[in-house]
Design a binder for this molecule. Sequence first.
Ligand code: SF4
Length: 370
Amino acid sequence: MVFRILRPDSALVWNNEELRRRFPRYRGIIDDNEIARYIIAKSIECDFDPNDSIKNLENLLSEKSLEFKEVLKKSTEEQKKRSIVSKNFINLAEELANRYLENCIFCERQCKVNRIKDETGFCYLSKDSYVSSAFLHSGEEAPLTPSGTIFFQGCNFGCVFCQNYDISQSWKNKKKIEDVAQKVGVKQLAALADRLVEKGAININYVGGDPIPNIHTIVGSLQYQTSNITQLWNSNFFLTDKSLSLILDLMDFWLPDWKYGNNECGKRFSGIDNYFDVIARNHKRIHDEGSGEIIIRHLVMPNHIECCSKPILDFVVKELPKAVVNLMAQYRPQWKSSEYPEINRRPSMGEIREVKNYADDLGILYESVS
Ligand code: SF4
């Protein structure tokens, strides 16, 4: 028997009709009235030659994605009648992920290192994935709690104010990764996820650091997971178009972290080129082509209301009408923030109020998750 430790608001939040309307499949999976996407993907037959070219495998993935979306339209009863096939959509996505790993293009840094041969790029990770912790998280947004959260070691960003710098950045060049995190293969990751479900998780939440450098392990683990549980991608979303295609159909819920409303701030504080262009493109894709069930986390930063908070909210209201936004007030100077005077303080009450007023004026849904 599963005992769910609930925060009172994690149950009450579902009294919000609008939230139920925006997250129908997620709620349906919790209630066992819907089937998680990755389980449906296991019923899509994909007969491919592992020696085939990347281009041909990508074409097959696009073709099978259309078939997957047709199955998704069928009733839950019809979906339940489908059998899991031995060579399926997940095998194909995993094969492609491992091919990309030879010339890594998982994120838009596009380091193009051969991680299979243990070369490392900016994230400092070879082919192996490492988990720094995995537990039932009761501090996520109310509709997501309790969340089976899996923290991966390593990140593709270099945010100067990082609040998880111990698992994202500070270990690089100083500590062996084996000394700070546990190596996991696809089966171990699946076992971790299954254990979290047994403990009462209502979703499996891939975070870090960032999950992006670990796409191959996460996708591969889905072949071994068995529970009807929401798969949730909690990330900076700096994926390439190709790597997003690997998980677009497999994730039920998206939890992007949208920090900056322009490219310049992304470069200055996270060392990223084309931040806004890439993040906006990926949000549009998960909204229009993916599940569309999204909570965008926006950390309000001091002195960045006009250049960051407002342009993000403008984009959300125009391009992502189904998304819910968590306006986060908990920014505090950490890691190297003291070298950047403009962000070396907490945001003021006035700044937080200004962002909330702006969201109210635009009609954005944020209160139930903020
Ligand atoms: S995941 Fe990103 S940062 Fe890491 S090696 Fe690949 S392209 Fe580089």
